[in-house]
Design a protein around this ligand. Structure first.
Ligand code: SAH
Length: 370
C-alpha cells in the first residue's frame, strides 16, 4: 500500500490525536498504527536495517541525572575508561564485521578531553571508511566544533523530556549551564552534525500530553535520528525513592512498558518519516525474545550491536538487567544478523546516513560509500 494511502487512513497527527493514539488499546486500531508506521518506514527509508557498532568508551560521569546509574554519586559502580588503542581496535572490528558506523558513547567524562576525542576521531576517519557518531553528553560549543572539524559525522543527545519541570528536576544543570538539550541540538545542527535526540518513555511524572509534546518536538527539531526506550528504574538513583518522584493524577502517567514504546516508535516514524530510528537495547531488555524485531516492524530501521569489550560491558550500567552483557562482539553480531534475516530485511550497506540529513544537505552528507 503506498504510504500516502496509509497516511490518509490515519487522522492528522495533532497533539490530541497523538494523545489518543498513545492511549489506544483497541487491537484493530493498534494494528492500523503498526501497518501505517511500517509502510511509511518502507516508503521513506526502505527495508534496510543499518547496524551501528556501539562502543561504550567510559562510564565516568560528573552529572547527577536522577534516572541514570552512571551518575557521579553512585560510588558502588566500578568505573572504567577505554584507551585510545582499545577504542581503535573496536572500530576496526566494526569495519571487519561490515558495519558502516561506530557510536562512541560515554558518561559525561571530562577526562575525555577535546584533544583526545579529536585525535581519536581523526585516526578512525583516516584509517577506516566509517561514519563516526559521538554520544558524549553536554560539552562546550568549542569541543563540538573541534570534533566536527576532526571528521565526526553525527551527535546523539537525547533531550530526555520536553517538560521543563521534569527536565530540571531529573537532569540538574551543571554549574551555570542554562542551555537545555533542545537548544544544544540546534547548536549541533548548526555545526553540521547529523543530529539525534530522543526521550525515555514512562519516566515518573511524564503524562500522555508530555509524551505527545516530545513527539511534536522531534518534528519541530527535524531530527535525523530519534532514540526511544522505556525508562527502567535503577535502584541506586534518586528515582528509586517514591518520595522523589513527580506525581501526576491517576490515569495520566505514561507506563514505561513495551507497548508504549512501540506506539511511540510508530508515531515517531509517521512524524519524522526520513529519520533513522533504532530498535533500542532498553526495548530488548523488556522483551528479550522479540523486542528488537517488533521495534523493526513498527517503524524502526536501525539496531546497535554492542562492541564494548565484554570485560567492561557490565559496568556501563545506565539501568539494570541490560541485555547481552556477557556476549562477545561476534556473538552479538551473529544474533542480530539472524534476527534481521528472520524478518526478511536486508542489512544496510555503507554508512547509512539519515535520508533526512541527506535531503537537507543536498546529499553532501559525507556518506560517500553509501
Ligand atoms: N552521557 C550521555 C550518554 C547517556 S546514556 C548523555 O547523557 O547523552 C544514553 C541514554 O540512556 C540517555 O540519554 C538516556 O535517555 C538513557 N537512559 C539513562 N538512564 C536510563 C534508565 N534508567 N532507563 C532507560 N534509559 C536510560
Amino acid at each position: 500500500m503506498p504510504s500516502s494511502v496509509v497516511l490518509q487512513s490515519l487522522e492528522p497527527l495533532t497533539r490530541q490525536a497523538l494523545i489518543d493514539r498513545l492511549r489506544e488499546e483497541d487491537p484493530a486500531r493498534l494494528e492500523e498504527l503498526w501497518q501505517a508506521a511500517d509502510a511509511v518506514r518502507q516508503a521513506y527509508v526502505g527495508g534496510e536495517v543499518h547496524l551501528r557498532g556501539l562502543i561504550e568508551i567510559s562510564n565516568y560521569c560528573i552529572r547527577l541525572c536522577a534516572y541514570c546509574g552512571l551518575r557521579a554519586p553512585n560510588t558502588e559502580l566500578t568505573r572504567y575508561r577505554m584507551s585510545e588503542e582499545e577504542i581503535l581496535a573496536c572500530a576496526r572490528q566494526a569495519h571487519a564485521m561490515g558495519y558502516g558506523t561506530v557510536v562512541l558513547q560515554a558518561g559525561e567524562d571530562p577526562m575525555l578531553s577535546r584533544e583526545m576525542i579529536a585525535r581519536l576521531v581523526r585516526r578512525i576517519k583516516e584509517s577506516l571508511p566509517l561514519a563516526v557518531t559521538l554520544s558524549l553528553g553536554e560539552r562546550g560549543a568549542e569541543d563540538w566544533a573541534a570534533w566536527r572539524e576532526a571528521g565526526a559525522d553525527r551527535y546523539l543527545l537525547r533531550f530526555e523530556t520536553s517538560n521543563p519541570h521534569l527536565y530540571r528536576k531529573y537532569h540538574p544543570p551543571k554549574g551555570e549551564e542554562r542551555e537545555t538539550r533542545i537548544e544544544m541540538l540546534r547548536r549541533l545542527r548548526a555545526l553540521g552534525y547529523e543530529i539525534g535526540g530522543g526521550v525515555m518513555i514512562g519516566i515518573p511524572g511524564q503524562t500522555y500530553a508530555d509524551l505527545a509534546d516530545d513527539l511534536l518536538m522531534f518534528r519541530e527539531l527535524d531530527l535525523d535520528m530519534v532514540g526511544l526506550g522505556p525508562f527502567i528504574l535503577h535502584p541506586r538513583t534518586p528515582l528509586a525513592d517514591p518520595d522523589f518522584r513527580v506525581l501526576v493524577p491517576d490515569g495520566e502517567q505514561v507506563p514505561p512498558n513495551e507497548l508504549m514504546t512501540y506506539k511511540t516508535i510508530a508515531l515517531t516514524r509517521l512524524l519524522c518519516p526520513r529519520a533513522n530510528i533504532p530498535s533500542t537495547t532498553a526495548l530488548a531488555t523488556l522483551n528479550r525474545g522479540q523486542g528488537r524485531e517488533l521495534g523493526l516492524v513498527r517503524g524502526a530501521n536501525v539496531v546497535m550491536p554492542n562492541l564494548t569489550p565484554p570485560r567492561y560491558r557490565a559496568y556501563y550500567e545506565i539501568y539494570p538487567n541490560k541485555v547481552c552483557i556477557q556476549e562477545s562482539a561476534e556473538a552479538c553480531h551473529a544474533c542480530l544478523r539472524s534476527r534481521i534475516e528472520g524478518l526478511g530485511r536486508p542489512i544496510g550497506r555503507g554508512q547509512g546516513a539519515s535520508p533526512n540529513y541527506l535531503a537537507r544537505t543536498g546529499g553532501a552528507g559525507g556518506d560517500s560509500s553509501a
